[in-house]
Each structure stands twice: as C-alpha cells, then as structure tokens.
Design a protein around this ligand. Structure first.
Ligand code: NAD
Ligand code: 6OD
Length: 503
C-alpha cells in the first residue's frame, strides 16, 4: 500500500540536536530583532532540524549598511590580486571543511551523499577560484580617436564594481547556485547580501564562518534568512541601497523581482525555470543516451533546472528506449543520504511533494499511460514521513497536456515518438521556456544543425550537465535574463566606465 503523505503521523524530533540558523551581518551571527523564526524540517523523515531566524526590514537595512561600509573600507581598497588571493583562501577553507558542508547540505536537501561529495560541494569551492582567476585576466577596450586638431584622444574603459548586490537563491543546489553568484560578485569587488531559500539555510550560514576564518572583511558577505513576499526576500529587492539583484528560482518569482527592481532602475540577472527537452535520434549510442537521460531526469530527484521533463525519441528506437528507461528507473534505489548505493533522495518538502503529486494525478486524469511510478513509494519507519515520490515515466499524452507543458521539478518525464527533424525541432521549441536541451545522435552534422535551431541558452550533444565554468550559462525566453560564467559574469557584476583623454 502506498503511504498517504498528508497523514500527520508522529514526527521524530531531537531537541538536543536542534540547530539555530542566524543571520550573518557585518561579520557577526545575529538573531532577528523581531524574534520571528520558522522551522526547518528534514525532507527525508520530516524531523525538526532547527529554527531559522526570519529577517525583516531591520536586518536588510543593517546588511545593506554593512555592505556599503565594506565597499568604502578595506575591501574597496584591495587590489585585484589581494581580492583574488582571499577568494582562493575561501575555496581552500570550504575544501578543508568539506565534511561540514556535505553534512549541512545533506541535512537540508536529503540528497545522496555521493552527489554532494562528487559534484555539488566541490563546485561551491570551484566557483570562487574560477572567477578569482577570470577577473585578473580580462582586458577592457581602448580606442585612439582622431580629432580635428590632429592630436587625437585616447578612450579607455575601466571596470568598477556595482556596489551591494542582492543574491536571492533557490533550494535545489544551495551552495553551488549561491556561490555561482557570490564568487563573481566578490571577485569583481562588490559586496553581497544573500537571501538563501527558506528550505536550505545551512551552507549559506556555514560560509559565514569560512569568510571570518580566512579574513574576508566584515560586511563583504552577508546573509539574511527569511521568506519571499513581505519578508527578507522582498525587502532586499526593494531596498534602494541594493545596486543590482541576481536571482535564481521560479519564473513567476522572477517577474515579481523584476517589478521590484524597476523602482530605482536596478539591473537584474535571472536564472529561471525550464521545461527542457531531450532529443534522441535512432542512430544514437543507446547506452550513452539512456545513461544521460537517467541523469537528466532523475538527478537530485528531478530538481535540477536543466533537467529533462520531455523526451522525444525517433520512432524506430521508441519502444526499446521506453522499455530500457523504465527498467533503469525501476532499479533506482530510494533512501536517506548516508545509505550506501542510494541513487534517489526525497523532494525538498511536503509542500513540493504535494505539487508534484498534483501533476502525477493530472497526468492520469489527462489519459497518460503510466509506464512506471505515479505515486508515493512505501518507505520504512520514520522515512514514511518524508517527501518521497516514485520515479515516474509517462507516454501517450498530447503536447497540450499539462505535464508536457508546465515545469514540474520532480523525478518524472513524458516520452513521445517523432518522425522527422523538423517535427522534433518544432516540438522542442513549443514552450515558453528556453533553458537547455540534450541531443543524442552519432551524426554530428545533424547535431550541429538541430542544436542551432533549438531556442535555448544551453545545448548538450551526447552529454548532459557537462560544465566548463568559462562558458555562457543562462536561459532564453522565460528561462532567464543575461548570461553567467567566465567573462559573462563580469558583464553583470561590474559597470564599464569610459574615460576619454584629449591628447
Ligand atoms: P522560488 O522562486 O520559489 O524561490 C527562490 C527564492 O526566491 C527563495 O529564496 C525565495 O524565498 C525567494 N522569493 C520568493 N518570492 C520572492 C519575492 N517576491 N521577492 C523576493 N524573493 C522571493 O524558487 P525555488 O522553488 O526555490 O527553486 C526552484 C525553481 O528555481 C525552479 O523553477 C527551477 O527551474 C529554478 N531554477 C533555475 C535555475 C537556472 O539556472 N535557470 C537553477 C536552479 C533553479
Ligand atoms: O552549473 C551551474 O553553474 C548551474 N548554475 C547549474 C544550475 C543547476 C540548476 O538546478
């Protein structure tokens, strides 16, 4: 029998181990002036992990003042070399405290330890090193300009930090996604105020300890915990002391933030939602395509913005592909982070579980063939209280079905057959999103041709989530504004100023 996630069964609590997540402002851990807080519970078994201080206007004001003062203080006077050296120390300290970061992220997200150890936490450290190195090596432009007197003028550009940057983060890869913004922001000489997701307060808080340990001046890295609307998130986006806002999260939230940023004409950088397609041609290396699609559908329990929720398979391979993916999905091992061999964790929260299960119900109601999954798995003991869902595959739905059109952000995909290149390109593009695609084929001419026609910011050919941090990263259409990565991050985190010198 499947578990009923809405059943309010006994919730294990251990008051002895309860954590208190405080804000990190001006180099100090502080509680909320209002005394307000909210609970953080484990996605795996719903036990109470701790309480998170909820920041309000007072904490945002204090963080902005600290960030501004640091810009005017030692941080603002540091040379690029000194700043870069300090950011290398931040990365090294994350690596030294690797086990603490892995533990904090596992507690918050419930995802497998191996994924934290091999991907998400190392990227947290790498994000500081790459941008520290990039800023030291980027040239600006200069022009010799002719003038009527024949002496000419020299135009040259300099890059300056923008100021205090608001960094608003999601819960799905907390440290990776936060440092992907904080790394370049600090490398460029800005200060930051991070508003982590309410679901994942752990690693952003821990990073405060790292900053102090390596001697990053107070006020450079600030964290204000809280919620979105009418809480720390909204107050941060509306604060006129915040020069620019970088946000990763849902497209709908991005629209609210863009409105807030319009007051004061502040710049925004957005990494938003996706409804990404995988395009599998019959000539592909089937093992590689299955392996890659398994990762792109089920990694992080499907909670990856780049993940695949629509799979299009060329008709001669369709039956084989569906049967093979089904067998592999059914072999996934669900369980808690620390358990050996676990390949699928829970969803982030009961609220998200209810959203994903709502889509599972709609798929059924809209006439899907449920190839596998579609419900809540039976989990033993305390795990029965967690936010688990079955890995799920559907077929036979029209392109208009809600699970084919809307971002679900769970371990699920719809697979459908196609007969021609033109047909699959049209289907892949028939969405308001434009984040990523994976194309699987041995015909590289076709791969280049199709890749150029798919309206997304990132296309992988015969791979998925293979990252080079120097490349432009971001979404088209409603999947984002701007590009991050390598020199592209500098476009957002600095302002170019031109200086014209009459000779
Ligand atoms: P979310 O939009 O619900 O929340 C993200 C953050 O915004 C949280 O910190 C939240 O507190 C804050 N927030 C909410 N409302 C706000 C408001 N009005 N003003 C200011 N802040 C506000 O997103 P989520 O559920 O945490 O993350 C999942 C979403 O993120 C998915 O849509 C996923 O596709 C997207 N995502 C995109 C990328 C990318 O690179 N494109 C990466 C990861 C996640
Ligand atoms: O790899 C990255 O830099 C990145 N921003 C990944 C985003 C993953 C989304 O869930």
């Amino acid at each position: 029998m499947a578990n009923d996630p809405s059943a309010a069964g006994p919730v294990p609590t251990s008051t002895a181990a309860l954590k208190e997540f405080k804000h990190f402002i001006n180099g100090q851990f502080v509680g909320s002036q209002s005394g307000k807080s909210f609970e953080k519970r484990s996605p795996s078994d719903n036990h109470l992990i701790g309480h998170v201080h909820e920041g309000g206007q007072a904490e945002v004001d204090a963080a902005v003042a600290a960030g501004r003062a640091a810009m005017d203080g030692p941080w603002g006077r540091m040379s690029i070399d000194e700043r870069a050296a300090l950011l290398h120390k931040v990365a090294d300290e994350i690596t030294r405290r690797f086990a603490d970061f892995v533990a904090a992220e596992m507690a918050d997200t419930g995802q497998p330890k191996s994924m934290m150890e091999h991907a998400f936490i190392p990227r947290g450290a790498a994000n500081f090193k790459i941008f520290a190195d990039v800023v030291k090596n980027v040239a600006t432009e200069s022009f010799m300009t002719p003038t009527p007197d024949g002496a000419g003028a020299l135009n040259y550009a300099i890059r300056v930090p923008k100021g205090v940057i608001g960094v608003i983060c999601p819960w799905n890869a907390p440290l990776l996604l936060m440092t992907w913004k904080v790394g370049p922001a600090l490398a460029c000489g800005n200060t930051v105020i991070v508003k982590p997701s309410e679901e994942t307060p752990g690693t952003a808080t821990l990073l405060g300890e790292v900053m102090n340990a390596v001697g990053v001046p107070p006020g450079v890295y600030n964290v204000v915990h809280g919620l979105g609307p009418n809480s720390a998130g909204e107050f941060l986006t509306k604060h006129d002391g915040v020069a620019a806002i970088t946000f990763t999260g849902e497209t709908r939230t991005g629209a609210a933030i863009q409105k807030a940023a319009a007051d004061g004409i502040r710049d925004v950088s957005f990494e938003l939602g996706g409804k990404n397609a995988a395009v599998v041609f019959a000539d592909c290396d089937l093992d590689a395509a299955i392996e890659g699609t398994m990762r792109s559908v089920f990694l992080n329990c499907g909670q990856v913005c780049l993940g695949t929720e629509r799979v299009y398979v060329e008709r001669p391979l369709y039956e084989t592909f569906v049967a093979t993916l089904k067998a592999r999905a059914e072999a996934l091992k669900l369980g808690p982070s620390e358990e050996k061999g676990v390949t699928l964790g829970p969803l982030i929260s009961r609220e998200h579980q209810a959203k994903v299960l709502g889509y599972y119900a709609r798929a059924k109601a809209e006439g899907a063939t449920i190839v596998t999954g579609g419900g809540v798995p039976e989990m033993p003991g305390a795990l029965s209280q967690g936010s688990w869902v079955q890995p799920t595959i559907w077929t036979d739905l029209p392109e208009t079905a809600s699970v084919v059109r809307e971002e679900i952000f769970g371990p699920c995909c719809h697979i459908s057959p196609f007969d021609s290149e033109a047909e699959v390109i049209a289907k892949a593009n028939d969405t308001r999103y434009g984040l990523s695609t994976a194309i699987w084929t041995r015909d590289l001419q076709r791969a280049h041709r199709v890749a150029a026609k798919i309206e997304v910011g990132i296309t992988w050919v015969n791979s998925w989530f293979l990252r080079d941090l120097r490349t432009p990263f971001g979404g088209s259409k409603q999947s984002g504004i701007g590009r991050e990565g390598g020199v592209h991050s500098l476009e957002f985190y600095t302002e170019l100023r031109n200086i014209c010198v009459k000779l």
